[in-house]
Design a protein around this ligand. Structure first.
Ligand code: ADP
Length: 480
């Protein structure tokens, strides 16, 4: 079950947290204030007691016969003040004077009385008193003097302070909570607004964007991030639509050819040789279809990230020579010369089959799109961090505007010529995926002497290359 605070809106949770933190802070503040006020009150009270003690000492005089007498005047006589009292004893314990107000207080424990003055709080008959006790010399005789003041008034004042603090705290918290709630609502309203705007933007209206009132504040930055996401979604949707349209178009062409051959074959009676030829042509188109579907499947697995790679250290020069020798027959047919300039032992860590496919597609294109009897130069170079594989041909080259787009799916510069060569515009898309999935980058530029130069850059591999035997026993391949 979801706890209520998770189900509550952000503004309620914000307000609750705000009120809680404020209450804790106010409680600490109120406690500290009360302790300080109480300390200050008692300090002042003790100062008054101290003054009382000095006054009372002045009232003690020595009579001619050596007696100690209390000579307090009416104005200062604590007898007239029921909140104050003075008591005097001789050192022997004999009382000299006891005021009426403090009569309920127990006598001083004379044995425990020292020259040091002592403050004490005493409760007598349920009534709180504060006392100051000390000794004094009157005419050479030691006396014990205690002055006292009722704490009732002081305690009432402290109680009033406490009531104000305790009652004021919830009032302040409630007022602050209401203010905090209003502020949170004000601050969060733009988010509700963003949400309702975002809800309006469906797959069909992906070109629309959220309004950004102030792009520098948090809400503005959030709206900008959401707008970026919409822009990426829109471009992905566009790509997907184009891809679906292109794929359907590519699939339809061989299907129409197969249908055409079939209809022509059924239209009239033909010789067995003619039927055989028709079936051969149909199978060729079926092969074309199968290749296309295989390639599309591989690309979609690549997109979904479900291709399992088996990486190992590979001698890139060796791999390039393997590719060139397997494509040699095509170059020979066109009377082209393919040279590979690569030092041994330049290693990259990659999936051999995937990387091989990338190199094959690039070299195959160089052969397909270069004129007959031209030269194709392949080089493998390494610097400290990366390996460069370049394939330079003597073909038509690629205009600057098309250099990014030729790696897009189904993109062909010369559709008729590419189709005639058996291409569907997917070879470089596969090559790009294959290089990037191995941590590299593929690009194209025009060669100094014309033609195009395809460049595959891969991170260099530092561990030694596996021996042929190890390589043969390694599990390699693309699992789709
Ligand atoms: P295709 O299967 O049609 O060759 P690719 O994806 O391999 O598809 O290439 C895309 C397009 O890029 C090709 O149709 C072609 O127009 C252009 N292209 C590729 N390689 C070269 C090259 N070496 N020289 C000139 N154009 C090239």
């Amino acid at each position: 079950m979801t706890p209520w605070w998770s189900a509550a809106s952000i503004r309620v949770r914000l307000t609750a947290w705000y009120a809680l933190v404020l209450s804790l802070m106010l409680a600490v503040y109120a406690t500290a204030t009360f302790v300080a006020v109480r300390h200050e009150f008692f300090e002042q009270f003790d100062d008054q007691l101290h003054d009382d003690f000095e006054t009372a000492e002045g009232f003690l005089t020595s009579a001619g016969d050596g007696r100690v007498v209390w000579s307090g005047d009416r104005r200062h006589d604590p007898d007239n003040d029921e909140d104050r009292g003075s008591d005097v004893w001789l050192a022997s314990g004999e009382p000299v004077y006891r005021s009426g107000a403090s009569a309920s207080l127990p006598p001083v424990a004379l044995a425990a009385t020292t020259a040091q003055r002592r403050y004490e709080s005493i409760v007598a008959d349920g009534h709180p008193w504060r006392t100051l006790t000390g000794t004094s010399l009157v005419g050479g005789r030691a006396v014990v003097l205690r002055v006292s003041r009722s704490e009732t008034h002081l305690r009432t004042q402290l109680w009033e302070v406490l009531v104000v603090l305790v009652l004021g705290l919830p009032v302040v918290v409630v007022l602050a909570g209401v203010g905090g709630f209003a502020l949170a609502r004000r601050a969060l309203t733009p988010i509700d607004h963003l949400a309702s705007e975002a809800r309006r933007i469906t797959a069909e209206r992906l070109h629309e964007r959220l309004s950004v009132p102030n792009q520098h504040d948090e809400i503005g930055r959030l709206a900008a991030v959401i707008n970026d996401t919409f822009a990426r979604l829109e471009s992905s949707f566009d790509q997907l639509r184009r891809f679906t349209a292109d794929a359907s178009h590519e699939l339809r062409t061989p299907l129409s050819v197969i249908r055409g051959i079939g209809e022509a074959g059924l239209g009239e009676t033909r010789t067995p040789a003619e039927y055989k030829e028709a079936m051969g042509s149909m199978l060729e188109e079926v092969d074309r279809l199968t290749n296309l579907v295989d390639t599309l499947l591989r690309l979609s697995h690549g997109d979904a990230g479900t291709v399992r790679l088996s990486r190992s250290a590979i001698d890139l020069g060796q791999l390039t020579r393997d590719v060139v020798s397997s494509l040699g027959i095509l170059a020979e047919e066109r009377n082209q010369r393919v040279t590979v300039d690569a030092a041994d032992g330049i290693a990259v860590t990659a999936d051999r089959l995937v990387l091989r496919e990338a190199i094959t597609n690039v070299v195959d294109n160089a052969i397909k799109y270069s004129p007959r009897a031209s030269a194709i130069d392949i080089r493998v170079d390494a610097d400290g961090h990366q390996v460069d594989l370049t394939v330079a041909d003597a073909g038509p080259g690629i205009a600057a505007d098309d250099r990014e787009r030729i790696f897009d799916r189904f993109f062909r510069l010369d559709e008729a010529r590419s189709r005639e060569n058996g291409g569907a515009g997917l070879g470089l898309a596969i090559a790009k995926w294959a290089v990037e999935v191995n941590g590299g980058h593929i690009s194209v530029e025009n060669g100094a002497a014309g033609g195009s130069v395809f460049r595959i850059v891969l991170p260099i591999s530092t561990p030694p290359i596996a021996s042929d035997h190890e390589r043969a026993t390694q599990r390699m391949g693309v699992h789709v």
